[in-house]
Design a binder for this molecule. Sequence first.
Ligand code: NAP
Length: 441
Amino acid sequence: MKSLRVAIFGAGPAGIYAGNILANSYENATIDLFDSLPAPYGLIRYGVAPDHPRIKGIVNSLHEMLDSGKIRFFGNVEFGRDLTLENVKRHYHAVIFATGAIKDAKLDIPGVELDGSYGAADFVSWYDGHPDVPRTWPLTAKEVAVLGNGNVALDVARVLAKQADDMLSTDIPDNVYQGLKASPVTDVHVFGRRGPADIKFTPIELRELGEVEDVEIVLDPEDFPDGWFNEEAEGVTNQHRVMARILNSWLEREPVNAKRRLHLHFWHQPKAIIGENGKVTAMQFERKGELREYPLQAVYRAIGYFGSELPNVPFDESKGVIRNEGGRVIDDEARPVAGLYATGWIKRGPVGLIGHTKSDAMETIENLVSDAEKLSDPIEPELEQVLFELQARGVQYTDWAGWLKLNEHELSLGATFSGPIERDRVKVVDRAEQIAHAAHL
Ligand code: NAP
Protein backbone atom coordinates (compact mmCIF):
# COMPACT_ATOMS: atom_id res chain seq x y z
CA MET A 1 0.00 0.00 0.00
CA LYS A 2 1.58 3.28 -1.07
CA SER A 3 1.93 6.02 1.51
CA LEU A 4 -0.44 8.91 0.97
CA ARG A 5 -0.19 12.50 2.13
CA VAL A 6 -3.54 14.26 2.28
CA ALA A 7 -4.36 17.88 3.18
CA ILE A 8 -7.88 18.75 4.26
CA PHE A 9 -9.11 22.35 4.32
CA GLY A 10 -11.94 22.99 6.76
CA ALA A 11 -11.88 21.62 10.32
CA GLY A 12 -15.64 21.44 10.77
CA PRO A 13 -17.55 18.14 11.01
CA ALA A 14 -17.14 17.47 7.25
CA GLY A 15 -13.34 17.79 7.31
CA ILE A 16 -12.89 15.91 10.60
CA TYR A 17 -15.17 13.02 9.56
CA ALA A 18 -13.34 12.77 6.23
CA GLY A 19 -9.97 12.70 8.02
CA ASN A 20 -11.15 10.11 10.50
CA ILE A 21 -12.67 7.84 7.86
CA LEU A 22 -9.48 8.09 5.80
CA ALA A 23 -7.29 7.35 8.83
CA ASN A 24 -9.36 4.25 9.60
CA SER A 25 -9.60 2.97 6.05
CA TYR A 26 -6.09 3.65 4.74
CA GLU A 27 -3.28 2.70 7.06
CA ASN A 28 -0.52 4.55 5.23
CA ALA A 29 -2.18 7.96 5.23
CA THR A 30 -0.66 11.10 6.73
CA ILE A 31 -3.41 13.64 7.24
CA ASP A 32 -3.00 17.38 7.87
CA LEU A 33 -6.15 19.36 8.60
CA PHE A 34 -6.13 23.14 8.08
CA ASP A 35 -8.68 25.78 9.02
CA SER A 36 -8.77 29.51 8.39
CA LEU A 37 -9.91 30.04 11.99
CA PRO A 38 -7.58 29.54 14.96
CA ALA A 39 -9.92 26.97 16.59
CA PRO A 40 -11.33 23.73 15.16
CA TYR A 41 -14.97 22.51 14.79
CA GLY A 42 -16.29 24.94 12.14
CA LEU A 43 -20.05 25.16 12.15
CA ILE A 44 -20.37 23.35 15.49
CA ARG A 45 -18.49 26.17 17.18
CA TYR A 46 -19.70 28.98 14.91
CA GLY A 47 -23.04 27.86 13.44
CA VAL A 48 -24.98 25.77 15.95
CA ALA A 49 -27.08 27.93 18.26
CA PRO A 50 -25.55 28.20 21.75
CA ASP A 51 -28.73 26.90 23.39
CA HIS A 52 -28.44 23.60 21.49
CA PRO A 53 -26.06 21.71 23.76
CA ARG A 54 -27.18 18.36 22.33
CA ILE A 55 -25.76 19.29 18.92
CA LYS A 56 -22.81 21.13 20.42
CA GLY A 57 -22.05 17.84 22.23
CA ILE A 58 -20.89 16.40 18.89
CA VAL A 59 -17.70 18.31 19.65
CA ASN A 60 -16.78 15.54 22.12
CA SER A 61 -16.55 12.91 19.41
CA LEU A 62 -14.80 15.30 17.00
CA HIS A 63 -12.32 16.08 19.80
CA GLU A 64 -11.54 12.37 20.22
CA MET A 65 -10.91 12.03 16.49
CA LEU A 66 -8.40 14.88 16.51
CA ASP A 67 -6.88 13.86 19.83
CA SER A 68 -6.12 10.37 18.49
CA GLY A 69 -3.03 11.80 16.81
CA LYS A 70 -4.04 10.37 13.43
CA ILE A 71 -4.92 13.82 12.13
CA ARG A 72 -2.72 16.89 12.66
CA PHE A 73 -4.63 20.15 13.09
CA PHE A 74 -3.32 23.58 12.00
CA GLY A 75 -5.50 26.67 12.45
CA ASN A 76 -5.36 30.26 11.22
CA VAL A 77 -4.24 29.04 7.77
CA GLU A 78 -6.31 30.22 4.84
CA PHE A 79 -6.41 28.28 1.60
CA GLY A 80 -5.47 30.43 -1.39
CA ARG A 81 -3.74 33.07 0.75
CA ASP A 82 -1.45 31.28 3.19
CA LEU A 83 -1.24 28.08 1.16
CA THR A 84 -2.13 28.16 -2.54
CA LEU A 85 -3.24 25.16 -4.56
CA GLU A 86 0.19 25.12 -6.17
CA ASN A 87 1.90 25.04 -2.72
CA VAL A 88 -0.35 22.29 -1.48
CA LYS A 89 0.23 20.08 -4.52
CA ARG A 90 3.98 20.25 -3.90
CA HIS A 91 3.48 18.69 -0.45
CA TYR A 92 0.50 16.36 -0.74
CA HIS A 93 -0.88 13.61 -3.01
CA ALA A 94 -4.42 14.84 -2.52
CA VAL A 95 -6.42 17.77 -1.14
CA ILE A 96 -9.94 17.53 0.29
CA PHE A 97 -11.98 20.72 0.45
CA ALA A 98 -14.44 20.78 3.35
CA THR A 99 -14.87 24.53 3.58
CA GLY A 100 -18.66 24.48 4.00
CA ALA A 101 -21.11 27.19 3.02
CA ILE A 102 -21.08 30.22 5.25
CA LYS A 103 -22.48 33.07 3.17
CA ASP A 104 -26.17 33.95 3.01
CA ALA A 105 -28.05 33.05 -0.16
CA LYS A 106 -29.03 36.22 -2.05
CA LEU A 107 -32.55 37.59 -1.84
CA ASP A 108 -33.22 39.69 -4.89
CA ILE A 109 -35.94 42.14 -3.81
CA PRO A 110 -36.01 45.95 -3.49
CA GLY A 111 -34.77 47.31 -0.17
CA VAL A 112 -32.56 44.36 0.72
CA GLU A 113 -29.60 46.73 1.19
CA LEU A 114 -31.39 48.93 3.78
CA ASP A 115 -29.96 49.41 7.24
CA GLY A 116 -31.72 46.83 9.42
CA SER A 117 -31.81 44.12 6.72
CA TYR A 118 -29.41 41.37 7.84
CA GLY A 119 -28.22 38.01 6.59
CA ALA A 120 -28.93 35.30 9.17
CA ALA A 121 -25.42 33.88 8.68
CA ASP A 122 -23.93 37.14 10.00
CA PHE A 123 -26.23 37.20 13.01
CA VAL A 124 -25.45 33.55 13.78
CA SER A 125 -21.72 34.38 13.55
CA TRP A 126 -22.27 37.25 15.98
CA TYR A 127 -24.13 35.26 18.64
CA ASP A 128 -21.67 32.37 18.27
CA GLY A 129 -18.69 34.70 18.82
CA HIS A 130 -17.10 34.37 15.37
CA PRO A 131 -13.85 36.38 15.38
CA ASP A 132 -14.46 38.04 11.99
CA VAL A 133 -17.76 39.84 12.64
CA PRO A 134 -18.18 43.10 14.61
CA ARG A 135 -18.63 42.63 18.35
CA THR A 136 -21.79 44.70 18.59
CA TRP A 137 -25.10 43.93 16.93
CA PRO A 138 -27.76 46.65 16.59
CA LEU A 139 -30.59 45.03 18.55
CA THR A 140 -32.85 48.08 18.61
CA ALA A 141 -35.96 46.80 16.79
CA LYS A 142 -39.24 46.06 18.55
CA GLU A 143 -40.79 44.28 15.58
CA VAL A 144 -38.60 41.92 13.61
CA ALA A 145 -39.08 39.71 10.55
CA VAL A 146 -37.27 36.42 10.02
CA LEU A 147 -37.60 35.15 6.45
CA GLY A 148 -37.50 31.41 5.75
CA ASN A 149 -38.96 28.22 7.17
CA GLY A 150 -35.78 26.22 7.80
CA ASN A 151 -33.97 25.45 11.05
CA VAL A 152 -31.73 28.52 10.73
CA ALA A 153 -34.85 30.71 10.73
CA LEU A 154 -35.99 28.90 13.89
CA ASP A 155 -32.60 29.42 15.56
CA VAL A 156 -32.58 33.13 14.73
CA ALA A 157 -36.20 33.64 15.79
CA ARG A 158 -35.68 31.75 19.05
CA VAL A 159 -32.48 33.60 19.97
CA LEU A 160 -34.18 36.94 19.22
CA ALA A 161 -37.28 36.10 21.26
CA LYS A 162 -35.62 34.37 24.22
CA GLN A 163 -34.86 36.18 27.47
CA ALA A 164 -31.10 36.76 27.60
CA ASP A 165 -30.87 35.25 31.10
CA ASP A 166 -32.08 31.95 29.66
CA MET A 167 -28.99 31.96 27.43
CA LEU A 168 -26.55 32.49 30.25
CA SER A 169 -26.09 28.77 30.83
CA THR A 170 -24.63 28.47 27.31
CA ASP A 171 -21.15 29.42 26.08
CA ILE A 172 -22.24 32.80 24.67
CA PRO A 173 -19.65 35.56 24.93
CA ASP A 174 -20.42 38.36 27.38
CA ASN A 175 -21.02 40.97 24.64
CA VAL A 176 -23.73 38.71 23.15
CA TYR A 177 -25.43 38.31 26.52
CA GLN A 178 -25.33 42.08 27.10
CA GLY A 179 -26.64 42.79 23.59
CA LEU A 180 -29.54 40.34 23.90
CA LYS A 181 -30.38 41.57 27.39
CA ALA A 182 -30.80 45.15 26.14
CA SER A 183 -32.97 44.11 23.16
CA PRO A 184 -36.40 45.83 23.20
CA VAL A 185 -37.96 43.26 20.86
CA THR A 186 -41.62 42.44 21.48
CA ASP A 187 -42.69 40.66 18.27
CA VAL A 188 -40.74 38.26 16.08
CA HIS A 189 -42.53 37.43 12.79
CA VAL A 190 -41.35 34.34 10.92
CA PHE A 191 -42.45 34.30 7.26
CA GLY A 192 -42.60 31.17 5.09
CA ARG A 193 -43.22 31.55 1.38
CA ARG A 194 -45.15 28.27 1.26
CA GLY A 195 -47.69 26.63 3.54
CA PRO A 196 -47.45 25.01 6.97
CA ALA A 197 -47.26 21.58 5.33
CA ASP A 198 -44.11 22.67 3.44
CA ILE A 199 -41.93 23.70 6.37
CA LYS A 200 -38.31 22.59 6.39
CA PHE A 201 -38.04 22.68 10.19
CA THR A 202 -37.37 19.46 12.11
CA PRO A 203 -39.73 18.31 14.89
CA ILE A 204 -37.42 18.68 17.91
CA GLU A 205 -36.49 22.21 16.90
CA LEU A 206 -40.11 23.19 16.22
CA ARG A 207 -41.40 21.76 19.50
CA GLU A 208 -38.65 23.58 21.40
CA LEU A 209 -39.98 26.88 20.08
CA GLY A 210 -43.22 26.36 21.97
CA GLU A 211 -41.31 25.82 25.21
CA VAL A 212 -39.43 29.13 25.30
CA GLU A 213 -40.16 30.96 28.57
CA ASP A 214 -42.41 33.99 28.36
CA VAL A 215 -42.90 33.77 24.59
CA GLU A 216 -46.33 33.24 23.06
CA ILE A 217 -46.56 31.47 19.70
CA VAL A 218 -49.13 33.15 17.47
CA LEU A 219 -50.57 31.41 14.41
CA ASP A 220 -53.06 32.80 11.91
CA PRO A 221 -56.10 30.47 11.65
CA GLU A 222 -56.41 31.68 8.05
CA ASP A 223 -53.30 29.60 7.25
CA PHE A 224 -54.90 26.46 8.66
CA PRO A 225 -58.18 25.75 6.85
CA ASP A 226 -59.87 22.40 7.51
CA GLY A 227 -57.81 19.60 6.00
CA TRP A 228 -54.71 21.79 5.71
CA PHE A 229 -52.52 18.76 6.31
CA ASN A 230 -52.99 15.81 4.00
CA GLU A 231 -51.49 12.74 5.64
CA GLU A 232 -51.67 10.86 2.36
CA ALA A 233 -49.94 13.46 0.18
CA GLU A 234 -46.84 12.38 -1.70
CA GLY A 235 -43.62 12.90 0.23
CA VAL A 236 -45.29 13.19 3.66
CA THR A 237 -43.02 11.68 6.31
CA ASN A 238 -43.44 10.93 9.98
CA GLN A 239 -41.53 14.14 10.71
CA HIS A 240 -44.23 16.10 8.84
CA ARG A 241 -46.95 14.31 10.81
CA VAL A 242 -45.29 15.18 14.13
CA MET A 243 -44.89 18.81 13.11
CA ALA A 244 -48.50 19.03 11.94
CA ARG A 245 -49.57 17.81 15.40
CA ILE A 246 -47.37 20.42 17.06
CA LEU A 247 -48.83 23.24 14.94
CA ASN A 248 -52.39 22.00 15.57
CA SER A 249 -51.76 21.92 19.31
CA TRP A 250 -50.55 25.54 19.19
CA LEU A 251 -53.69 26.57 17.32
CA GLU A 252 -55.73 25.29 20.25
CA ARG A 253 -53.73 27.03 22.96
CA GLU A 254 -55.40 29.77 24.99
CA PRO A 255 -53.76 33.20 24.53
CA VAL A 256 -51.29 34.07 27.30
CA ASN A 257 -49.91 37.36 28.41
CA ALA A 258 -46.24 36.78 27.53
CA LYS A 259 -43.55 39.46 27.33
CA ARG A 260 -42.78 38.56 23.71
CA ARG A 261 -44.68 37.05 20.80
CA LEU A 262 -43.41 34.81 18.02
CA HIS A 263 -45.72 34.83 14.98
CA LEU A 264 -45.57 32.13 12.31
CA HIS A 265 -46.96 33.39 8.98
CA PHE A 266 -47.34 31.17 5.93
CA TRP A 267 -47.86 31.74 2.18
CA HIS A 268 -45.93 35.03 2.45
CA GLN A 269 -43.74 35.62 -0.59
CA PRO A 270 -41.22 38.45 0.10
CA LYS A 271 -41.81 41.39 -2.27
CA ALA A 272 -39.95 44.43 -0.91
CA ILE A 273 -38.29 45.77 2.20
CA ILE A 274 -39.48 49.31 2.76
CA GLY A 275 -37.43 52.04 4.40
CA GLU A 276 -37.20 55.66 5.39
CA ASN A 277 -33.91 57.56 5.59
CA GLY A 278 -32.09 54.34 4.64
CA LYS A 279 -33.58 52.33 7.53
CA VAL A 280 -36.06 49.45 7.47
CA THR A 281 -39.57 50.51 8.49
CA ALA A 282 -41.78 47.81 6.96
CA MET A 283 -41.90 44.82 4.67
CA GLN A 284 -44.26 43.92 1.88
CA PHE A 285 -45.31 40.37 1.03
CA GLU A 286 -47.65 38.78 -1.45
CA ARG A 287 -50.09 36.37 0.11
CA LYS A 288 -52.07 34.38 -2.45
CA GLY A 289 -52.23 37.30 -4.91
CA GLU A 290 -52.84 39.97 -2.28
CA LEU A 291 -50.21 42.46 -1.04
CA ARG A 292 -49.68 42.78 2.70
CA GLU A 293 -47.44 45.12 4.61
CA TYR A 294 -46.08 44.75 8.15
CA PRO A 295 -44.39 47.51 10.17
CA LEU A 296 -40.94 46.19 11.13
CA GLN A 297 -37.60 47.69 12.08
CA ALA A 298 -35.37 44.74 11.22
CA VAL A 299 -35.40 41.86 8.73
CA TYR A 300 -33.28 38.71 9.08
CA ARG A 301 -32.95 36.70 5.86
CA ALA A 302 -32.68 33.01 6.77
CA ILE A 303 -33.34 31.64 3.29
CA GLY A 304 -30.35 29.32 3.09
CA TYR A 305 -26.58 29.42 3.01
CA PHE A 306 -24.32 29.57 -0.06
CA GLY A 307 -20.80 28.24 -0.66
CA SER A 308 -17.80 30.43 -1.53
CA GLU A 309 -15.46 29.85 -4.44
CA LEU A 310 -11.88 28.83 -3.64
CA PRO A 311 -8.99 30.16 -5.76
CA ASN A 312 -8.24 27.89 -8.76
CA VAL A 313 -10.80 25.24 -7.77
CA PRO A 314 -13.66 24.58 -10.26
CA PHE A 315 -16.88 26.07 -8.90
CA ASP A 316 -20.53 25.84 -9.88
CA GLU A 317 -21.80 29.40 -9.36
CA SER A 318 -25.45 28.52 -9.73
CA LYS A 319 -25.35 25.99 -6.88
CA GLY A 320 -22.55 27.48 -4.78
CA VAL A 321 -20.61 24.19 -4.70
CA ILE A 322 -17.26 22.90 -5.96
CA ARG A 323 -17.89 21.04 -9.23
CA ASN A 324 -17.63 17.36 -8.35
CA GLU A 325 -18.87 13.87 -8.98
CA GLY A 326 -19.11 11.79 -5.85
CA GLY A 327 -16.56 14.10 -4.21
CA ARG A 328 -14.03 13.94 -7.09
CA VAL A 329 -13.52 17.51 -8.28
CA ILE A 330 -14.26 17.84 -12.00
CA ASP A 331 -13.46 20.61 -14.49
CA ASP A 332 -15.87 22.49 -16.77
CA GLU A 333 -15.89 19.54 -19.15
CA ALA A 334 -16.66 17.07 -16.36
CA ARG A 335 -13.14 15.56 -16.37
CA PRO A 336 -11.76 14.66 -12.93
CA VAL A 337 -9.02 17.00 -11.67
CA ALA A 338 -6.30 14.71 -10.30
CA GLY A 339 -5.82 14.82 -6.55
CA LEU A 340 -8.69 17.23 -5.74
CA TYR A 341 -11.72 16.18 -3.68
CA ALA A 342 -14.63 17.83 -1.87
CA THR A 343 -16.89 16.86 0.99
CA GLY A 344 -19.67 18.35 3.14
CA TRP A 345 -21.72 21.43 2.22
CA ILE A 346 -19.17 22.68 -0.33
CA LYS A 347 -19.70 19.33 -2.12
CA ARG A 348 -23.45 18.85 -1.93
CA GLY A 349 -24.84 22.28 -0.96
CA PRO A 350 -26.03 23.60 2.41
CA VAL A 351 -28.65 21.00 3.24
CA GLY A 352 -28.86 18.15 5.66
CA LEU A 353 -28.01 17.58 9.29
CA ILE A 354 -24.54 16.84 10.65
CA GLY A 355 -25.12 13.07 10.43
CA HIS A 356 -25.46 13.31 6.64
CA THR A 357 -21.96 14.69 6.51
CA LYS A 358 -20.58 11.29 7.56
CA SER A 359 -22.08 9.33 4.67
CA ASP A 360 -21.00 12.11 2.37
CA ALA A 361 -17.40 11.88 3.62
CA MET A 362 -17.52 8.10 3.24
CA GLU A 363 -18.26 8.45 -0.48
CA THR A 364 -15.48 11.01 -1.03
CA ILE A 365 -12.92 8.90 0.84
CA GLU A 366 -13.89 5.70 -1.00
CA ASN A 367 -13.22 7.48 -4.28
CA LEU A 368 -9.95 8.97 -3.02
CA VAL A 369 -8.72 5.59 -1.80
CA SER A 370 -9.61 3.92 -5.08
CA ASP A 371 -7.60 6.62 -6.92
CA ALA A 372 -4.62 6.28 -4.54
CA GLU A 373 -2.30 4.31 -6.82
CA LYS A 374 -2.75 6.85 -9.63
CA LEU A 375 -2.00 9.97 -7.55
CA SER A 376 1.33 11.65 -8.30
CA ASP A 377 3.94 11.77 -5.56
CA PRO A 378 4.51 15.27 -4.14
CA ILE A 379 7.96 16.77 -4.62
CA GLU A 380 8.29 18.05 -1.02
CA PRO A 381 6.59 15.41 1.09
CA GLU A 382 7.46 16.69 4.57
CA LEU A 383 5.32 18.57 7.07
CA GLU A 384 8.36 20.66 8.04
CA GLN A 385 8.42 22.08 4.51
CA VAL A 386 4.79 23.16 4.82
CA LEU A 387 5.35 24.73 8.21
CA PHE A 388 8.51 26.43 6.99
CA GLU A 389 6.51 27.97 4.14
CA LEU A 390 3.86 29.23 6.57
CA GLN A 391 6.49 30.73 8.85
CA ALA A 392 8.23 32.39 5.91
CA ARG A 393 4.93 34.09 5.06
CA GLY A 394 4.51 35.26 8.65
CA VAL A 395 1.47 33.03 9.29
CA GLN A 396 0.93 32.53 13.01
CA TYR A 397 -0.60 29.10 12.78
CA THR A 398 -2.20 27.34 15.72
CA ASP A 399 -1.98 23.61 16.39
CA TRP A 400 -3.67 20.89 18.44
CA ALA A 401 -1.54 21.47 21.55
CA GLY A 402 -2.38 25.17 21.26
CA TRP A 403 -6.10 24.47 20.90
CA LEU A 404 -5.98 22.31 24.05
CA LYS A 405 -4.58 25.33 25.89
CA LEU A 406 -7.23 27.68 24.50
CA ASN A 407 -9.89 25.11 25.38
CA GLU A 408 -8.62 24.96 28.99
CA HIS A 409 -8.62 28.73 29.15
CA GLU A 410 -12.25 28.97 27.95
CA LEU A 411 -13.28 26.33 30.52
CA SER A 412 -11.48 28.25 33.27
CA LEU A 413 -13.27 31.47 32.23
CA GLY A 414 -16.52 29.54 32.68
CA ALA A 415 -15.47 28.15 36.08
CA THR A 416 -14.46 31.56 37.42
CA PHE A 417 -17.45 33.43 35.94
CA SER A 418 -19.04 35.59 38.60
CA GLY A 419 -22.73 35.85 37.91
CA PRO A 420 -26.10 34.44 38.82
CA ILE A 421 -25.38 30.95 37.43
CA GLU A 422 -22.52 28.52 36.85
CA ARG A 423 -21.11 28.44 33.34
CA ASP A 424 -19.13 25.60 31.72
CA ARG A 425 -17.32 27.74 29.21
CA VAL A 426 -17.00 31.31 28.05
CA LYS A 427 -15.77 31.56 24.48
CA VAL A 428 -12.80 33.72 23.54
CA VAL A 429 -13.89 35.76 20.52
CA ASP A 430 -11.00 37.93 19.43
CA ARG A 431 -8.75 36.28 16.82
CA ALA A 432 -5.51 37.73 18.24
CA GLU A 433 -6.46 36.59 21.75
CA GLN A 434 -7.24 33.08 20.48
CA ILE A 435 -3.91 32.98 18.68
CA ALA A 436 -2.10 34.21 21.79
CA HIS A 437 -3.34 31.06 23.58
CA ALA A 438 -3.22 28.56 20.72
CA ALA A 439 -0.27 29.55 18.50
CA HIS A 440 2.27 26.83 17.70
CA LEU A 441 5.31 27.25 19.96
P1 NAP B 1 -33.26 25.27 4.58
O1 NAP B 1 -33.63 24.18 5.49
O2 NAP B 1 -32.97 24.93 3.17
O3 NAP B 1 -34.43 26.38 4.65
C1 NAP B 1 -34.43 27.51 3.83
C2 NAP B 1 -35.79 28.17 3.90
O4 NAP B 1 -35.71 29.39 3.18
C3 NAP B 1 -36.92 27.35 3.27
O5 NAP B 1 -38.07 27.50 4.03
C4 NAP B 1 -37.07 28.01 1.88
O6 NAP B 1 -38.37 27.90 1.37
C5 NAP B 1 -36.81 29.45 2.26
N1 NAP B 1 -36.43 30.26 1.10
C6 NAP B 1 -35.47 30.01 0.18
N2 NAP B 1 -35.43 31.01 -0.73
C7 NAP B 1 -36.40 31.87 -0.38
C8 NAP B 1 -36.86 33.11 -0.93
N3 NAP B 1 -36.31 33.63 -2.02
N4 NAP B 1 -37.87 33.74 -0.30
C9 NAP B 1 -38.43 33.24 0.83
N5 NAP B 1 -38.05 32.08 1.39
C10 NAP B 1 -37.04 31.41 0.78
O7 NAP B 1 -31.94 26.05 5.07
P2 NAP B 1 -31.41 26.53 6.50
O8 NAP B 1 -32.50 26.90 7.42
O9 NAP B 1 -30.36 27.53 6.15
O10 NAP B 1 -30.69 25.24 7.07
C11 NAP B 1 -29.60 24.59 6.38
C12 NAP B 1 -29.43 23.16 6.90
O11 NAP B 1 -28.90 23.19 8.23
C13 NAP B 1 -30.75 22.41 6.98
O12 NAP B 1 -30.54 21.07 6.61
C14 NAP B 1 -31.11 22.52 8.44
O13 NAP B 1 -31.96 21.50 8.92
C15 NAP B 1 -29.74 22.46 9.09
N6 NAP B 1 -29.77 23.11 10.43
C16 NAP B 1 -30.14 22.36 11.49
C17 NAP B 1 -30.25 22.93 12.74
C18 NAP B 1 -30.72 22.15 13.94
O14 NAP B 1 -30.93 22.72 14.97
N7 NAP B 1 -30.90 20.88 13.86
C19 NAP B 1 -30.02 24.30 12.90
C20 NAP B 1 -29.66 25.05 11.79
C21 NAP B 1 -29.55 24.43 10.56
P3 NAP B 1 -38.77 26.73 0.32
O15 NAP B 1 -38.91 25.49 1.13
O16 NAP B 1 -40.03 27.23 -0.25
O17 NAP B 1 -37.65 26.65 -0.68
